[in-house]
Design a protein around this ligand. Sequence first.
Ligand SMILES: [Ca+2]
Length: 371
Amino acid sequence: MLAAQYNIEDYGAIANDELDDTLAIRKAFSACEEADGGEVFIPAGIFIVSRQGTESPIIEIPSNTTVSGEGTSSTLKFDPEVNNTNFWRMLGAGPTGCQNVTIRDIHLDGSNTFMSYDKGKTPEQNYGVFFYNTKATIENVTIHDCLVENFSGDCIAMSKGCRNMTVRDVSLRNFVRQGIQMGGDSGSHDYLVTGCQDLEGEVKSAGSTIHVEHADGLKGVQITNNRCSQSILAGGVDGIIISNNVIQGRLAGNGNLNAVITGNFIRGRDDLKRFVVQFGYSNGLIFKNNIIIGNHEEAGGIYVWGSSRYRPEPSRNVLIADNLIQVRGDGIQLNGVDHGSISNNIISPVGAKTNIVQKRSQNIRLDTVAP
Ligand SMILES: [Ca+2]
């Protein structure tokens, strides 16, 4: 049996008239909720959404609901007033959480006019999708085949209360903060981000294409097969796999436990003078079969560190093997690492500043290093 369909136009939403559709869209979602789920359909056209009071999110998706459209022609768009205010979250879960939700084949437009991040001025809490609940569970949510753009905060965010979350084949553009933001707490687990990309835009992002922070016990994150022109920053996770991504910018993260980083292609931007890859306070790090390219003459390859005055523990149990590192700065630098193995990396060009540097590190086994 096909799920019942709730077309927002049947509840009073009118496309392309520049008039607000928020209340009509909510009526469609309420009808879907009263039926214990179904499909809320967004036809082709631009529908305007705005915050009515202090609610967050603006549109609450009930359990057992698919939000679908006709692709990028089905647009939910913030009223331009969004640029004068903050904490507009377009789609999310209500106070009792939600389960079994799909968002697919729609276009979310945040109407942002800020071209770059201006701390204190940019309304950085205006999000497209915002799943967060400290008291209830948000579970089994998939967002796929969507375009999410023009948000002054994050395009898609998931955090406390979330489990079994999937974001796949989503395109992002013109986000001032993060493209996809993941966080959580000890009750949060199992996130997958795959097949996503950020498209070239006009806004200068102050964040990353894919970002994990404020994770505080988040377990099981897989970031695979994405194309990122704004870096991947991912820290604070127990059990994280970052594999087969194409990254322009950097790959970095602090405080991961049990991280597997394999098969990535990471190219530092022309102006990136630092290490292209950096991990701090890692306990259990496999970094294998990656290609790192540093374009700037001062750029280094991979930096693994720990034992600072702020946080005494070193990085531990670090394996760096079988990578191809093309930089003119230091190839591999360990600074505050206890127990590790570095083997079979090719670090070029010959005459790079230094291939492998060890500082404040112990119990490191070095195998053959090709010239
Ligand atoms: Ca309208």
